[in-house]
Design a binder for this molecule. Structure first.
Ligand code: HEM
Length: 311
């Protein structure tokens, strides 16, 4: 049978709900998890059938502790572990708990709203919701900082190559490592910068989204530090689908950073460059305006695995 991944390479959509759950020690947990795996497959098949143009999907990720608690197969996916915080001189990529992660996308919010209701109905008796964020496409895919986000994402075959596990981990081929961080922006400080200063923080122009040339781009700009290469000079990428969120009345604004990768090592290297700096101390200036308040690693099993787990 062919390997079918979950929808990790789907393109960003207009509406997103992110949910993180913590599993309780409950005798019904394993039964509920079986039902949940069947539900996730069912939800995806159903929206594909009913709303083929909406590009709706639900992707479920499983954390290290949950994998053990649920006694899922061993050996585990090679890089599945609890994320270890990355502490730089000024900013820290914190590590926070999370057993299950849901990434729901659709053009129409009603679709994912109802999906979230079904998932929550099943999980509530055996788990606690620890995060729920409703993200949305802000103008032409801009973060709340006003810059277009997602431009240098891989396309075509590269998308599969960088997002999905290949032959290096045969047991988990087609799976993916999912890393998420909730960032809060200090919009007052950000707005205190001129557009030219903001552009130096990101490394691209604000209005037209054009990359600065290497002789102008500051070495501590976001894209100078996030753009990384492998040992042989090959470009290393991840598949990002960041979403803005916010509550204007409480002045809380942020970005939910989400990335799928075939190896967590790539995401980790980007985080290290951003938080520790390259060279050490030359950290990413975006962090002076954006604080990571969560940070969690999950593994996204294939649809075939979800089918096995559903009993
Ligand atoms: C690029 C925003 C966090 C990895 C970008 C761009 C923006 C942006 C506006 C330029 C357009 C693009 O190519 O997408 C943000 C915001 C973040 C954030 C608002 C959170 C506050 C992160 C994190 C990582 C990351 C945590 C990695 C762990 C990248 C990569 C690129 C990029 C790989 C493309 C670099 C290139 O090849 O030019 N980001 N980002 N970003 N970001 Fe972020």
């Amino acid at each position: 049978m062919s390997i079918e991944s979950q929808n990790v390479t789907d393109y960003p959509n207009s509406n997103t709900i992110f949910m993180v759950w913590k599993l309780n020690d409950d005798p019904k947990l394993k039964d509920v998890f079986q039902q949940l795996c069947a539900l996730v497959l069912n939800l995806n098949n159903s929206v594909f059938n009913r709303f083929p143009d909406s590009r709706a999907s639900c992707v479920m990720g499983i954390g290290y502790k949950a994998w053990k608690k649920l006694q899922l197969p061993t050996p585990m996916p090679k890089e599945l572990a609890t994320f270890e915080e990355i502490k730089g001189i000024k900013h820290t990529a914190v590590s926070t708990p999370g057993d299950l992660h849901f990434h729901l996308r659709a053009d129409n919010k009603s679709i994912i709203f109802d999906m979230a209701i079904e998932i929550s109905k099943l999980l509530n008796p055996v788990a606690e919701s620890i995060l729920e964020i409703h993200g949305f496409k802000y103008w032409d895919a801009r973060s709340i900082l006003g810059f277009v986000d997602g431009t240098e994402n891989p396309h075509g075959e590269d998308r599969d190559h960088f997002a999905k596990i290949g032959d290096e981990d045969q047991d988990y081929k087609g799976g993916s490592y999912l890393f998420v961080q909730k960032y809060l922006h200090n919009m007052d400080a950000w707005k205190g910068l001129s557009t030219e200063e903001q552009e130096k923080v990101i490394g691209r122009s604000k209005e037209n989204d054009i990359e600065m040339s290497d002789d102008v781009k500051p070495s501590n700009s976001h894209i100078a530090l996030a753009n990384i290469e492998g040992e042989n000079g090959e470009e290393l990428k991840i598949v990002r689908d960041n979403m803005p969120f916010g509550n204007p009345s409480t002045n809380e604004f942020g970005t939910y950073f989400i990335a799928y990768s075939s190896t967590f090592a790539t995401t980790k290297k980007m985080l290290t460059n951003m938080f520790i700096g390259d060279p050490v101390g030359n950290y990413d200036r975006i962090l002076d305006f954006s604080t990571a308040v969560t940070g969690t690693l999950f593994f996204v099993p294939t649809r075939n695995m979800l089918d096995d787990f559903s009993g």
